[in-house]
Ligand binder design. Structure first.
Ligand SMILES: Nc1ncnc2c1ncn2[C@@H]1O[C@H](COP(=O)(O)OP(=O)(O)OP(=O)(O)O)[C@@H](O)[C@H]1O
Length: 429
């Protein structure tokens, strides 16, 4: 068995070979003192610390020696004969799970661990070790990296955790959680869970990402708005488009419901037969679809592409489970989460707001609907926050619209972290 611990100040960990009693440098923390000195390397054999021979000592005894050292500390080291060639390339990942070194009894040194939450971007600087990689959480001002579990190790930990905890089957957050009022795009119970709708964080805890800036000749990134029903997704989308219809446009949805006298196919909706709709759904032509009051509604890839090909920026609102359908090389969606403020604030800002209960009738919000929105929001966030590129709290409508405008511009004009697979189809996810 190998004992690992950290030379806290020097930025290295050591291990004792239990068979021989020899002490070796296990790893050098990237950017730490030992690394910057260039004198200590993983695999070097430690012989003395300030004149004290360390052979056969327990790691705790070496810590004691170090604790009593003042000023310059001298290490006598036998360098390993064959240094591994450092062929590490920098890797950036977006994390799909939460991790806390404090909760992890297997970490060699808690102080050297990097805590991260879903959606954080990490720069992985060293993957030499099979169990513990070295990484920095971005944005980082520190030159020094810390320890994170390797992909395989993290997967193993997660499986073990699931094994020990009562297994909670993953539930897709479907529209049944919604208040289901959005005329035309309501989806009262998505009929199926498309195979790609749930990201398997267990299989891919780290998603490789790259910095991407849209080339002026590329089509615009699709802007996908997500939020609990009633939060104002539709209102914000409408307001943005009204501000500049030459630049922003929605995708015309498909429906199987009959058209009304004032409606024109291709303008409000594409009115199609159920047979054709089902055929399109079968062939994955919809990014999001479902049934409402006996009729099918959906947003098709082709409708989005039509907007993109016209040179405009396509703004769509989707159910959370459809995020993965738009996070593709083709659409390169920028996902904006519209979050409700706390119920108390909504009571103030929504006093005069009406919600449409069906095509013709409207009414004021009920108090319990604010609570429901808050609860649904928490569920959506816990399951999908790792995919949000931007979050807007929709309290004062005008402010939220301004923030949306800023976010949409940022998506098109500033570099963003996107899945590497969008840029390099060979990249592993
Ligand atoms: N910040 C806000 N302040 C006041 N009223 C708002 C605000 N945001 C939205 N509203 C109002 O709340 C109502 C519901 O908004 P909207 O229809 O956009 O919800 P939604 O998120 O699209 O939900 P659904 O899918 O159920 O339609 C509308 O009357 C809208 O004008």
């Amino acid at each position: 068995c190998l004992c690992l611990f950290l030379f806290a100040l020097q930025g290295a960990t050591i291990r004792r070979d239990e068979a021989t009693g020899e002490i070796f440098v296990a790893r050098v923390i990237h950017g730490g003192l030992a690394d910057r000195s260039g004198l200590l390397h993983a695999g070097d054999r430690l012989v003395e610390v300030n004149g004290h021979p360390v052979f056969g000592l327990e790691p705790e005894q070496i810590i004691q020696i170090l604790a009593h050292c003042h000023g310059t500390i001298m290490f006598k080291v036998v360098p390993m004969t064959e240094r591994p060639v450092n062929n590490q390339t920098m890797l950036y990942v977006r994390v799909m799970v939460d991790y806390s070194p404090e909760q992890d009894p297997t970490i060699p040194c808690v102080d050297a661990g990097v805590a991260f939450s879903k959606g954080d971007v990490l720069e992985i600087v060293d993957q030499t070790d099979a169990l513990w990689w070295q990484a920095k959480k971005l944005p980082s001002t520190s030159a020094c990296a810390g320890l994170i579990p390797s992909t395989n190790f993290l997967k193993r930990k997660q499986r073990e955790m699931l094994w020990f905890q009562a297994y909670q089957p993953h539930t897709c957050l479907k529209a049944s959680l919604r208040l289901s009022r959005r005329p035309g795009t309501q989806i009262a119970g998505t009929p199926h869970c498309p195979t790609n709708c749930c990201w398997d964080a267990l299989e891919t805890p780290y998603e490789e990402v790259v910095r991407y800036l849209r080339h002026p000749n590329d089509t615009h990134r699709v802007i996908a708005l997500v939020g609990p029903s009633g939060v104002g997704v539709n209102e914000l989308r409408k307001r943005l488009i009204e501000m500049n219809p030459q630049v922003y446009m929605g995708a015309v949805p498909h429906t199987t419901r009959p058209s009304r006298s004032h409606e024109e196919s291709g303008r409000e909706y594409h009115f199609i037969s159920r047979e054709l709709f089902e055929n399109m759904a079968y062939n994955n032509r919809f990014v999001d679809y479902g049934e409402y009051r006996g009729h099918l509604y959906g947003t098709s890839m082709d409708a989005i592409k039509t907007v993109q090909d016209s040179g405009k920026i396509c703004i769509i609102d989707i159910e959370p489970h459809a995020i993965l359908s738009v996070r593709t090389h083709e659409l390169r969606a920028y996902v904006i989460y519209i979050k409700p403020p706390v119920a108390e604030c909504m009571r103030q800002t929504r006093k005069k707001s009406q919600i449409t209960t069906n095509y013709y009738t409207s009414r004021y919000f009920k108090d319990e609907e604010y609570q429901e929105m808050e609860e649904v929001s928490k569920k959506i966030e816990s399951q999908y926050c790792q995919f949000f590129d931007f979050v807007i709290v929709n309290n004062i409508l005008q402010d939220a619209r301004d923030q949306l405008l800023t976010a949409v511009k940022r998506a098109q004009e500033e570099p963003q972290w996107v899945p590497a697979a969008w840029i390099r189809p060979s990249a592993q996810n």
